[in-house]
Design a protein around this ligand. Structure first.
Ligand code: OSB
Ligand code: MG
Length: 373
């Protein structure tokens, strides 16, 4: 089979509220939506890139140009078989260095397409074992402690079972202490997005008394070694996010004891095949993983939900209900939080996301179409 058609779109979909981390602010999803058509079946994918390279090196602009000038031309003239499709895609992209979000956006569209061709859910195709997944909410840096506490109170009342806050110097010990005064045992974790240095170790160890589930990516985005030094000085488990960009990095991090937990984001590691492999390796090493998020639209979110149904996703993911991010999403079947703090894994073929094509057209800034010769 040949690919009949690939369509890529740059979009802008505003968030309900801007999202602030230790290093940047995001006001909306500036990602790329990918549609692949083959043999009468349609697969959808998302590359949840941002305008600026503050989380990873890629941006909307670099991913757009890599997808259009390099990745799609590599794909178009190939013949695909159902049985080897995702392996084949990964083989075609195996020479690409970096550019994981661009690669993952395309790769994931083929997983959706393949699952639809096989008429099974993506969760089942990946080996998922759960019908519901536990989820938490990631809360950006706020103006002051009272407003943070109020937001947390709202999410806990909605039913979320785990809270993650973003931290940075000057917004770390105090918010954690105040949260603990109000919610002694609630599952709580903190994400630094690479803002600290190794010589902040003593300062970070003061978080140990607050019983955090984990501290996420305290040190540099491309570091493993210093995290392994820091982990020895902390009781709180380190969870790596930015630093794990490949299967090999995940394996090295486990061997070096640079972390005790891994945040898996399919986009960051180049797609679902790599994400599943990291999950499998972590499982063999008794290391729990959880599914991170990139403030995705309903398309990327549906992939994350399917992935998080695998058995070693032992901790709640950053996969909140769509309405926590967007007033209106580009899917017609947004996830809603169940009363037990879970999202229900979809069992329709593929990701199960039903695209609101009219609305997608409305939020599209630029669109390109490709056909094989
Ligand atoms: O570091 O996990 C992160 C959002 C954008 C970029 C990086 C991160 C995040 C989040 C939000 O923490 C996760 C989500 O709810 O999608
Ligand atoms: Mg993170």
């Amino acid at each position: 089979m040949k690919i009949d058609r690939i369509e890529i779109r740059r979009i802008f979909l505003p968030y309900v509220k801007p999202f602030t981390t230790s290093g940047w602010i995001q006001s909306g999803n500036c990602g790329i939506i990918i549609r692949v058509d083959m043999d009468g079946v349609t697969g959808w994918g998302e590359a949840p890139v941002s305008k600026e390279p503050f989380y990873i090196e890629e941006t909307t602009g670099t991913a757009w140009s890599v997808i259009k000038e390099i990745l799609i031309p590599l794909l178009l003239e190939n013949n695909f078989e159902i049985e080897t499709m995702t392996e084949n895609i990964n083989k075609i992209f195996s020479g690409i260095r970096g550019n994981k979000f661009a690669v993952a956006g395309l790769e994931s569209a083929f997983w959706d397409l393949l699952a639809k061709m096989k008429n099974i859910s993506l969760s089942r195709m990946l080996g998922g074992t759960r019908e519901k997944i536990e989820v938490g909410v990631s809360i950006g840096i706020q103006e002051n402690i009272p407003s943070l506490l109020k937001i947390i109170d709202g999410y806990i009342k909605e039913g979320y079972k785990r809270i993650k806050i973003k931290i940075k110097p000057g917004w770390d010990l105090e918010p954690v202490r105040e949260i603990r005064k109000n919610w002694k045992d609630f599952l709580l974790q903190a994400d630094a997005n690479s803002v600290y240095k190794l010589n902040d170790a003593e300062h970070l160890s003061r978080l140990d008394e607050y019983n955090l589930l984990l501290i996420e990516q305290p040190l540099a985005h491309d570091d493993l070694y210093e995290h392994s030094v820091l982990q020895k000085k902390l009781k709180t488990p380190i969870c790596l996010d930015e630093s794990i960009t490949s299967i090999r990095h995940a394996r090295s991090a486990m061997e070096m004891k640079a972390c005790r937990i891994i945040n898996i984001k399919p986009s960051r590691v180049g797609g679902l095949s790599a994400a599943r492999e990291i999950h499998n390796i972590a499982q063999k090493n008794n290391m729990p993983v959880w599914c991170g998020g990139m403030l995705e639209t309903g398309i990327g979110r549906a992939f994350n939900v399917a992935l998080a149904s695998l058995p070693n996703f032992k901790l709640p993911g950053d996969i909140s209900a769509n309405k926590r991010y967007f007033e209106k999403d580009i899917v017609l079947n947004p996830f809603e939080l169940n009363s037990d703090g879970t999202l229900t894994v979809l069992d329709a073929p593929g990701t199960g996301a039903v695209i609101d094509e009219k609305f997608l057209e409305k939020i599209t800034l630029e669109k390109l179409l490709f056909f094989h010769n």
